[in-house]
Ligand binder design. Sequence first.
Ligand SMILES: Cc1cc2nc3c(=O)[nH]c(=O)nc-3n(C[C@H](O)[C@H](O)[C@H](O)COP(=O)(O)OP(=O)(O)OC[C@H]3O[C@@H](n4cnc5c(N)ncnc54)[C@H](O)[C@@H]3O)c2cc1C
Length: 456
Amino acid sequence: MDLTVDVLICGAGIAGVSTAYHLAQKHGVRDILLVDQNSPLSLTSDHSTECYRNWWPGPGGSMVALMNRSLDIIERLAIESNNVFNLNRRGYLYSTADPSKVADLINESHTISQIGAGPLRIHKGGSIDHFYQPAQPHAYWDQPTGADLITETDLIHKHFPYLTEDVVAVLHVRRAGWLSAQQLGMYLLESAKSHGVKFLQNRVTDIDTKHGCIASVRLEDGTRIRTKAFINAAGPNIREVAQMVGIDLPVYSELHLKVAFKDHLNVLDRDAPMLIWNDAQYLPWNSDERELLIEDVDFQWMLGEMPPGVHTRPEGGADSQIILMLWEYCSESVEPAFPIPIDSQYPEIVLRGLVKMLPGLQSYIGKAPKPVIDGGYYTKTRENRPLIGKLPIEGVYVLGALSGFGIMASPAAGELLAAQVTGSPLPPYAPSFSIDRYDDPQYQRLIESWDAGGQL
Ligand SMILES: Cc1cc2nc3c(=O)[nH]c(=O)nc-3n(C[C@H](O)[C@H](O)[C@H](O)COP(=O)(O)OP(=O)(O)OC[C@H]3O[C@@H](n4cnc5c(N)ncnc54)[C@H](O)[C@@H]3O)c2cc1C
């Protein structure tokens, strides 16, 4: 079978769906085909923690600008849809029990605030302090921006009584929270379909080019589709799909898992923000466990220092007792494979890591309810910025390397790619995400010295 379309998008995850939405809804492109070997929004986009924030470190502030734009779009969509995707704005709460870290936390927060993430309010307990405004658990509109850095421990324990007594400072990032990624994606997909976008379940297996331009795309069942624009939004497969036109994208993938767990003792307040522990730690093993671990070369590492960043949040409505728990304690580059491999020790390790921040979780050690584990791949560039834009073959584009921020970034990333495909004016942050950035020797030098952190 032979078909012709104006735009073919490979991948109906949140990135492809958002691009289709913007092309159809904003630019009036009618003949768009989304092709995915799976159901829409069922791969990585269905297994995230569904969180967002505009608080991003990194030179130049382009990640902050991209996220601010994305959140403008997400908030507009929430208003227009009567918040069908349950957007909240409870914030991210970064905590530390290490007094020597507080000065750095304040300095980094000033830097991020100054590159566009909003004002920083410091609460030290003095008479000239700003008033700390707690988050309204279900509001998403008319809420504080920027961040509140609190070192007054009475104030910390008043608002976050479930945190350990040891905590000395918290940073409450305010343009942050979570949403239902599936519902947001379906809302975008349905709107795109109502503007003529079509979906086809099939696998892209080959791409033909002619004189340096896209010519046609071949599918697993033999169908050939002629097109003038091909968008590679294949998530963990963007590298493989780009190789079909002879381009080697500078990306790699890491496996990231997530645990859902029934907190039947109600340790975590159902109205809590996203909670992140900023300190490295040693896991709390008892002496019997310690002895067993010392004897086993495969498990000895669990006695060593573990990295900062273990995090959790409540999931679901008022009747739910589910909490999500994550910790990236051993990220390494792997070839994406499905179904994803599950590490059965992960829930126990994350739970023990969280006890440091939330001592009430100690009650579950050795008698935790059966967890549900899922996850997917963070496909990333070296400096952890996405790839959005043209590739060196006329009519071929990429939207990917969305790492652990694809849900929050895709509304603006899809908008940016749609502007490129239609030759529309581009926002100032566009060059920061183009693959051409790697041609700039100054950029190459910058990323050599750059701590590509900031990712949970
Ligand atoms: C554990 C975890 C937690 C996360 N938490 C967050 C979070 O809190 N906030 C956030 O913003 N982000 C988070 N992320 C990241 C986010 O989920 C991803 O960045 C995002 O889903 C990527 O979307 P995508 O559309 O690029 O990829 P995907 O959702 O993977 O979609 C790509 C699609 O392409 C299709 N495809 C691939 N190859 C082909 C082919 N040859 N032919 C046809 N179809 C093809 C696939 O079937 C798939 O449907 C998290 C990710 C993980 C794994």
